[in-house]
Design a protein around this ligand. Structure first.
Ligand SMILES: Nc1ncnc2c1ncn2[C@@H]1O[C@H](COP(=O)(O)OP(=O)(O)OP(=O)(O)O)[C@@H](O)[C@H]1O
Length: 377
């Protein structure tokens, strides 16, 4: 069933004159905008314990308003629990720590008072409702006026490029279009934060790429909307994120731009998680005389595209090609290093750039010493 939940429902209409309340509300909103410009979501010292186990362990995090954060990590590391905490779905008994969204302390607020849009893995829409009615659902629950509903639904559908689809039924839409309707439904309530849990995982590879671009352009068109997106997919993180949070066992392994995580991983776990990494003994890649040559506590990290295959020569890295895999535009070449048997170095090269390597070739690997990053194991 549908798991997209606009969680902010209306308070009953006031019997008092609507105008002063509306003015108050507008003034409050304006004030909130001013004072919270820099703070979209703030999490302070969050620990979630189920029994003995801390699923989230003393986690602190501040997102700027309008930032798109992707949350990555292995299965079971606590990604969904983090999202559920923000949404208000983790029972208070299990939680210590505080949550502030758009300047409001929401730690103890029930889910329906948090003004969040949720879009979870399954995007199934209500099959018996038209696209319009699916999107209008949350607004009707909040008792928004009819005319306003029509306008806001039209705006939300336009935002996801489905301005003409309001009259269609879900069964008449492709998977990608259904996912966009689900997004419109999350956005129509004008949430402060959009929480996405694996929003692309039910889509096939092509559709995934296209909905991913939609999401990116949507983020550009809604600069004030803070988005937290849990994903397993590195490409989602690389394409979408302002910043990526890589989690490990309920803690932050590294938080930064995807580029920072890729180019300057904090440790071997991060290096291996985001893209392929060659992790080598520093003595193998730094020349004698370079202080880093003698470094024993660290690993030297070189990405596959930073290695070049060369004729056997004077490079300290040499060995035998053990596999050549073709990925369309690129070739991935595994080289069993003489100095490190059993853990082949990976080289990525453009297909068609020079002679295609052949399994069994004896080769050297060239690299720039300046490209090598020293990291914790
Ligand atoms: N209500 C709960 N009671 C007990 N344990 C729970 C509860 N919710 C989650 N867990 C446990 O907490 C751990 C983290 O779960 P969570 O769903 O946050 O992981 P995840 O990183 O999102 O994993 P996945 O990528 O597989 O969705 C898991 O071991 C899970 O079994």
């Amino acid at each position: 069933m549908q798991e997209i939940e606009p969680v902010n429902f209306a308070s009953p209409p006031s019997t008092l004159s609507a105008e002063p309340r509306a003015l108050d509300r507008d003034r409050d909103r304006a004030a909130a905008r001013d004072t919270t410009r820099a703070a979209g979501v703030q999490i302070d010292r969050l620990t979630v314990r189920f029994g003995e186990r801390a699923v989230l362990d003393d986690l602190s995090l501040t997102l700027e308003r309008g930032e798109l954060l992707t949350v990555l990590g292995r299965s079971g590391c606590g990604k969904t629990t983090l999202l559920r905490f923000i949404a208000g779905f983790v029972e208070a008994d299990y939680v210590t720590g505080r949550l502030t969204v758009a300047g409001r302390d929401l730690t103890d607020a029930p889910p329906h008072q948090r003004n969040l849009g949720l879009l979870f893995q399954s995007y199934a829409l209500f099959p018996h409702l038209s696209v319009f009615d699916n999107v209008a659902f949350g607004l009707r629950a909040r008792r928004v006026k009819r005319g306003d509903i029509a306008r806001r639904v039209a705006d939300a559908l336009k935002l996801v490029q489905l301005g003409d689809a309001g009259h269609l039924m879900p069964a008449q839409l492709s998977g990608g279009m259904q996912q966009r309707v689900a997004l419109a439904r999350a956005l129509v309530i004008e949430p402060d934060v959009l929480l996405l849990d694996e929003p692309l995982s039910a889509l096939d590879a092509n559709l995934r790429a296209s909905v991913r671009s939609e999401l990116k352009s949507l983020h550009e068109r809604l600069p004030d909307l803070t988005i937290v997106c849990v994903t397993h997919d590195q490409d989602d993180a690389l394409v979408l994120s302002d910043r990526t949070l890589l989690m490990r066992d309920g803690r932050i392994a590294q938080l930064g731009t995807p580029q920072a995580l890729y180019e300057n991983p904090a440790d071997g776990f991060v290096a291996r998680y985001l893209g392929a990494a060659n992790l080598l003994a520093p003595s193998l890649v730094f020349p004698i005389g370079d202080a880093r040559h003698a470094e024993r506590e660290k690993l030297a990290c070189l990405r596959p595209e930073q290695l070049k295959i060369d004729a056997l020569g004077s490079s300290p890295l040499h060995g035998t090609i053990s596999a050549v895999d073709w990925y369309g535009a690129t070739l991935s070449v595994a080289v069993e290093l003489d100095a490190m048997p059993g853990v082949p170095a990976l080289v990525s090269m453009q297909h068609g750039a020079g002679r295609t390597p052949i399994r069994g070739d004896r080769v050297s690997l060239r690299y720039e010493v300046d490209d090598v990053v020293l990291i914790r194991p």
